[in-house]
Structure formats: structure tokens, C-alpha cells
Design a protein around this ligand. Structure first.
Ligand SMILES: [Zn+2]
Ligand SMILES: [Zn+2]
Length: 437
């Protein structure tokens, strides 16, 4: 479990949540009906915007037109809009008609370097760039949620910060960016938010939401191991130090770091994804480079794996008299859904969807930089089914054929609108000492 250190302004909320798990505070029926009416009213436009963003995908830290479009849509409505946050990010603050706490909703805006291979009428016009991870849907759904909540803002008890984040897939080489930079640039600070919500489209049936308390995704780190041996004639190995043989032993030994040293109940993956070395058939290689990724759910496992890898590399190279370099870079932490917030929001989700459409999420070893937001304040991240139920399967995320079913858009707007209103209501009730029945 990742210990949270909520900012001072959140301390009261955190303490009260921990002391008394709150009862669900469903959105009033009248407000719920207004939300549905606003979704109906805005849906055609949001789908149009989603298709426009899909046709004009932009890579991480280059989301200039996407950001411009979002800011241009929200500014005239009176939201306080900041642009250029974490390079190309947009932060839009909606002040509700009634006083209360603040919560945030986050969408990512970046596309991938993938050549689209669909036959959609709105396929990418940008060669080699595609919204293959569905961030076009995320941006549109969160924009749509902002329009809906703005239209019912007299019923909004507090403030909602909408975050449109660049570079979730990682910034370009040598650049800073993503959710981490959004946090460092204060996106959650003004006003200080008490909870943050986010979601991802997922190849599950339309109408379902997948969600779990606790671990959602893994921490994703990368490593580079360089073995430095000594070159010699391929027929006179006794005169060299063979970096390739040493590298092979390291690859094998790394498998036992997971199978023999990691706790089997605490998921851990070590993958060597790239190996390079050598010059030609009859030369002993003086150098081999291994690159890979480490995925862990807990900080304990992350620390242990890192230390063990270091000693495996050091000891194996030592046996052969080789030198080495071991570079380990920590990346996205694990996305961790705050258990108190998850418990408080589960009845909202179950009420909206019906129990059989709220599907338990099985933690995955994928990475998602929402983790940086959820580490700063209590977070809740869920997955929205976008598979046409008439199809048994659909191309996965990052595939050139990925095509989420747009009929999920209104449900995404509905779920986020309810989560936000419910979280504001729950927080203000708790802060003022009123307890639910
Ligand atoms: Zn992705
Ligand atoms: Zn994604």
C-alpha cells in the first residue's frame, strides 16, 4: 500500500473518511434528470469534437490544436481556464453555485506514433499518428462533463477542476511532461482539490465500468545493463572477456529474481526487451547492452527487485572479470485507488449502472501516469467498456485497428458527472459533521 500524504487542506477530509466510511449520497433525482437532459443536448456536438480530435491526433507535448479547441470551448462558458500547464495542458476551473470543497477530473490528450489502419470516415489525417489509446474519447468525455456540470452549476456544491493533460504516453526524449509535471506545476493546488477522478476506455462490453479499490496498475521502471568485456579473436576466447556469454547469464539469472526472490502474491515482472552486442562472427564481443522494464505493485517489491538486479549484475560480471554499468530509472508509480474514496463511490456507480454492469477490475501490470495525481490526493480511476456487444473481441489498445464504440461517450459523461457531484456532497457533509443515515 502506498502511504498518502494529503496536503493540509485535505487532512480533515482524510481523517473523517478514515474515521467513518461515508454513506452514499446519491445525486438528487431532479439534478440527475437535468444531467441526462444536458447529456442528450450536448451529445451530438461532443461526438463531433471527438471525431475532429481523432482526425487530428497530436503526439505528447505537441497537443497544440487539441488544447486550443478545449480552451476555446470552455472559456466562453465562464470557466477559469489556464493554458500551457505542463507544456500544452489545460486546467479549467468551474465554480459551482453553492460553496463547498473541490474535486478534479482528468483527461489525457496525446496520441501515439501509430499509422491508423481503420476504415473510419473520420480516420487520422496525420500520417503515422493515431489516437490508438482512446485519449480522444477521454478528452471529449471530460469536456462533455464540463459542459453538463456547467449547465447545472446551481446544483454544484463546490468547485470542479478539469485537467486536460499532455503526454500520458511519455514526453519526447529529453523533455519533461505528463501528469507528474502537471502536479509539479500546481494543477491540483488552486483550489486545493480533495479527490481526483480519471478513466480509460477498455475493450469490455459497452455499458460496463470496471473498477477496483487499491492497486489498479503497476509501477513501471526501466533499466539498462551494459557489460564491458574484452575483445579477442573468436578462436582464442582465452584472451578475451566475452560480453555476450556474460549477458546471457545475466538474462537467465534475472528470471530467478522474479521466480525465486519476489513474493508470489505480490505481482512482479522483469522483462529484458532488447539486447545488443558484438561485431561479427569471429570476434569475441567486448560489449553487450540489455534494456528492459520492471513492473511492480508494491514499493517493497520495487526496492527489492532493484537491489537484487544490481547484485546479480555485479556478481556475474565480477566472476568473469568484466566491468558493468547498471542504470535503473523509476517511471510511473502504481495507480492506487484510495480505499475510502472507492468505498464511498461504489454505491454511486452501482446505482447508476446496476450491479452486474459494475465489473471488478483485475489489477494489470500496465502503466498509467494518473498515478502521480492519485499519489498527491485521494484518487479514483476506472475503466469504461467500449466494445460493441455484438462483437466478441475488439483490437486492443495501441493497435492500428483500435476503434472504441462511441456509444460509450454519454455513459462516461454520466458517470463522471455523478461521481463529481457525489464526491462534493459527501465531502461537504463530512466536513460539516453531518453524518448520513
Ligand atoms: Zn496508451
Ligand atoms: Zn491511454
Amino acid at each position: 500500500m502506498r502511504p498518502h500524504r494529503p496536503a493540509l487542506a485535505l487532512a480533515v477530509l482524510a481523517a473523517v473518511l478514515a474515521a467513518a466510511p461515508p454513506a452514499a449520497r446519491a445525486v438528487e433525482p431532479k439534478t440527475a434528470r437535468r444531467i441526462d437532459a444536458e447529456i442528450d443536448k450536448n451529445l451530438a456536438e461532443i461526438v463531433k469534437i471527438r471525431r475532429f480530435i481523432h482526425m487530428n491526433p497530436e503526439l505528447g507535448n505537441r497537443e497544440f490544436e487539441t488544447a486550443r479547441l478545449i480552451a476555446a470551448k470552455l472559456r466562453p462558458l465562464g470557466l477559469e481556464v489556464r493554458t500551457g500547464v505542463a507544456k500544452t495542458g489545460v486546467v479549467a476551473v468551474l465554480r459551482g453555485g453553492q460553496p463547498g470543497p473541490a474535486v478534479a477530473v482528468r483527461a489525457d490528450m496525446d496520441a501515439l506514433p501509430v499509422q491508423e489502419a481503420t476504415n473510419l470516415p473520420y480516420k487520422s489525417l496525420n500520417p503515422g499518428v493515431m489516437h490508438a489509446c482512446g485519449h480522444d474519447v477521454h478528452s471529449s468525455v471530460v469536456l462533455g462533463t464540463a459542459l453538463v456540470l456547467n449547465a447545472v452549476k446551481d446544483a454544484v456544491k463546490g468547485t470542479v477542476t478539469f485537467l486536460f493533460q499532455p503526454a500520458e504516453e511519455g514526453p519526447p526524449e529529453g523533455e519533461d511532461g505528463g501528469a507528474d509535471l502537471m502536479v509539479r506545476e500546481g494543477a491540483l493546488d488552486d483550489p486545493p482539490v480533495g479527490a481526483v477522478f480519471g478513466f480509460h476506455v477498455w475493450p469490455e462490453a459497452l455499458g460496463t465500468v470496471l473498477f477496483a479499490s487499491g492497486n489498479v496498475t503497476a509501477a513501471a521502471d526501466t533499466f539498462t545493463i551494459t557489460v564491458k568485456g574484452r575483445s579477442a579473436h573468436g578462436a582464442r576466447p582465452q584472451e578475451g572477456i566475452d560480453a555476450i556469454v556474460i549477458a546471457a547469464e545475466i538474462v537467465t539469472a534475472l528470471q530467478t529474481v522474479v521466480s525465486r526472490a519476489a513474493d508470489p502474491t505480490d505481482p512482479t515482472v522483469v522483462t529484458v526487451g532488447k539486447i545488443q552486442g558484438g561485431v561479427r562472427t569471429n570476434i569475441i564481443a567486448d560489449r553487450a547492452v540489455l534494456e528492459g522494464t520492471v513492473r511492480t505493485m508494491s514499493e517493497a517489491s520495487q526496492k527489492r527487485v532493484r537491489a537484487l538486479m544490481g547484485s546479480v549484475v555485479r556478481k556475474i560480471t565480477e566472476i568473469y572479470g568484466a566491468e558493468h554499468e547498471f542504470e535503473y530509472k523509476t517511471g510511473n508509480p502504481s495507480v492506487f485507488n484510495n480505499p475510502e474514496l472507492a468505498a464511498a463511490m461504489t454505491p454511486t456507480l452501482a446505482g447508476l449502472l446496476g450491479k452486474d454492469r459494475l465489473v471488478p477490475w483485475k489489477p494489470q501490470m500496465i502503466a498509467e501516469d494518473f498515478a502521480f495525481l492519485a499519489r498527491k490526493v485521494p484518487g479514483l480511476y476506472f475503466f469504461l467498456g467500449v466494445r460493441d456487444p455484438a462483437q466478441r473481441t475488439m483490437p486492443p489498445l495501441h493497435s492500428p485497428a483500435f476503434s472504441p464504440d462511441e456509444r460509450a461517450i454519454p455513459l462516461g459523461m454520466r458517470v463522471l458527472s455523478h461521481l463529481v457531484l457525489d464526491a462534493l456532497e459527501t465531502q461537504s457533509a463530512l466536513a460539516s459533521g453531518r453524518q448520513g443515515p
